[in-house]
Design a protein around this ligand. Structure first.
Ligand code: UTP
Length: 292
């Protein structure tokens, strides 16, 4: 079956970024001049997915505006002759078919995915965390779709982290099958480093068979009283195989202040129009820091 839809659970509180996230979604924070969520939407478009289901909350309206057509702005840019900017603004709102659905209560990531069920229907779908940007040689979603097409089962992207970092992530206990593919035996949410079954951490890209909805419906609230997606995947494992693909990627978690800052600096160093200015600034800082 074709994978046609991506779900973005973007209804969370973003407490690690308060007070900035009181009225502004963290998914709209700019990485220089592009909001985080646009990078992830572009990743889906590159993988051939146009239908994007955003599970939103009451302070997430800017996401809707961002992917909408703004005719006044387009006319203004046209009148000023800013054709490059105009092309850029027009493109994203025309390529994406956004569908918005409210998660009325923030009952957890698993619950947010379940809220998308009436829109997704009984077909395989992708879930993308809206604050994680991934840079990989091959598009990660395309690779997940390839593996899904081969096995017909759910696929989760993982990446290798240092042992001391495992407690920040969901970690898989899996068996290597071939190349980048693993079959998952178990998942452990935020294990202590000494108890982690592997260093393969879940990265924020999932491809699910619709069976996950049946499991989410019977997943009791877990850690923090929230319905955890990881718990539902554990239930799914009782019924069908779940695969993992190991990606060798740069992963940018923009949902924390330090992760966001690191992303900004790295992207500024990679972009032609900002690289020199940022280098000069960092070199200047180096002198100041060495004097501290
Ligand atoms: P996080 O654990 O990052 O939570 O959720 P959060 O609320 O966004 O941020 P903090 O931890 O309070 O700082 C993982 C993803 O699940 C979504 C979030 O928007 C985020 O993308 N989510 C979480 C929901 O959509 N609904 C929820 O009820 C909880």
């Amino acid at each position: 079956m074709e994978v046609r839809k991506a779900v973005f659970p973007v209804a969370g509180w973003g407490t690690r970024f308060l007070p900035a996230t009181k009225a502004m979604p963290k998914e709209m924070f700019p990485i220089i001049d592009k909001p985080v969520i646009q990078f992830i939407v572009e990743e889906c478009l590159d993988a051939g997915i146009e239908n994007m289901v955003f599970v939103t909350g009451r302070h997430k309206r800017p996401i809707e505006h961002h992917f909408d057509i703004n005719t006044d702005l387009e006319k203004h840019l046209e009148n000023c002759g800013k054709t490059e900017l105009l092309k850029n603004i027009m493109e994203i709102s025309r390529l994406v078919n956004p569908i918005y659905i409210r998660q009325k209560e923030q009952l957890g990531l698993g619950h947010a995915v379940l809220v998308a069920e009436p829109v997704v229907g009984y077909e395989p779908f992708v879930v993308c965390l809206g604050d994680v940007i991934i840079r990989n040689e091959q598009n990660v979603i395309s690779r997940m779709i390839e593996v899904y097409q081969r096995f017909g089962k759910s696929v989760i992207a993982v990446f290798e982290v240092e042992q001391k970092e495992v407690s920040k992530y969901g970690v898989i206990d899996g068996r290597h099958i071939e190349k980048d593919i693993y079959i998952i035996d178990d998942l452990i949410e935020k294990p202590k480093p000494e108890e982690a079954p592997s260093r393969l951490a879940i990265v924020g890209r999932y491809l699910f068979t619709p069976r996950i909805f049946d499991k989410l419906k019977v997943t009791p609230p877990g850690k923090g009283g929230e319905v955890q997606l990881t718990d539902a995947i554990k239930l799914l494992l009782e019924d069908e195989a779940v695969y993992a693909i190991k990606i060798d990627a740069r992963v940018y978690d923009t949902g924390t202040p330090i992760g966001y800052l690191q992303t900004l600096i790295e992207f500024a160093l990679q972009r032609e129009d900002t690289r020199d200015g940022m280098m000069r600034f960092l070199r200047g800082l180096k002198i100041e820091l060495s004097e501290v």
